[in-house]
Design a protein around this ligand. Structure first.
Ligand SMILES: CC(C)(COP(=O)(O)OP(=O)(O)OC[C@H]1O[C@@H](n2cnc3c(N)ncnc32)[C@H](O)[C@@H]1OP(=O)(O)O)[C@@H](O)C(=O)NCCC(=O)NCCS
Length: 157
């Protein structure tokens, strides 16, 4: 397995993985727009035949009201069902965290369906904490989201 940057030709794979993993659907256009964004972080896990079996899609977000801060958000992370529970989700998350740290990011945010116990356990194991509930955040089915955050230790340079 190798982690590779997503290219335009991989968008159909991302849609397939999102469907297989039951993620909220993203159109090809949404993925393409994200890919064009200069701060996007989009990586795929490729097997020995270069088939995509997982993905992480997120973005570096710069802001801060008083002091400039760099944070990041994960929009989608998934591994195809047949390859789950073999450490590949961990590989994708570790890669994303490393990139955020390289960008001097101090936190990673994400939303997750409150019934998605498996993903919540995965995030908690990785140090994410629940910050708040976002009521009726999701449709089909309608459901609350947990907003979770991972604080990163950034070495001072
Ligand atoms: C969430 C997801 C990305 C995790 O990927 P994965 O490849 O199955 O997870 P890994 O095998 O890398 O597991 C990493 C760690 O997470 C923890 N974990 C994973 N599933 C777990 C579960 N059901 N319960 C408790 N802990 C779990 C394990 O402790 C594991 O570490 P270990 O090696 O100490 O056992 C994957 O299950 C997935 O694609 N789910 C469907 C899509 C989804 O819900 N995405 C999140 C939307 S917000």
């Amino acid at each position: 397995m190798r982690i590779k940057k997503v290219e335009t030709s991989n968008i159909a794979d991302l849609i397939r993985i999102g469907e297989n993993a039951n993620l909220s659907p993203w159109s090809a256009e949404s993925y393409l727009d994200e890919l064009k964004h200069p701060a996007s972080l989009m990586y795929r896990l490729a097997d020995d035949e270069n088939e995509t079996v997982g993905m992480v899609v997120g973005r570096i977000i710069e802001g801060g009201a008083v002091e400039a801060t760099v944070e990041a958000e994960i929009y989608n992370i998934a591994v195809i069902e047949s390859a789950q529970d073999r450490g590949f989700g961990q590989m994708l998350l570790d890669h994303f965290i490393e990139l955020v740290k390289k960008n001097k990011g101090v936190a990673i945010w994400l939303e997750v369906r409150e019934s998605n116990e498996r993903a919540i356990a995965f995030y908690k194991k990785n140090g994410f904490q629940k910050i708040q509930t976002r009521n009726h955040f999701y449709e089909n089915p309608r459901e609350h989201a947990l907003l979770m955050r991972l604080l990163l230790d950034v070495e001072k340079s």
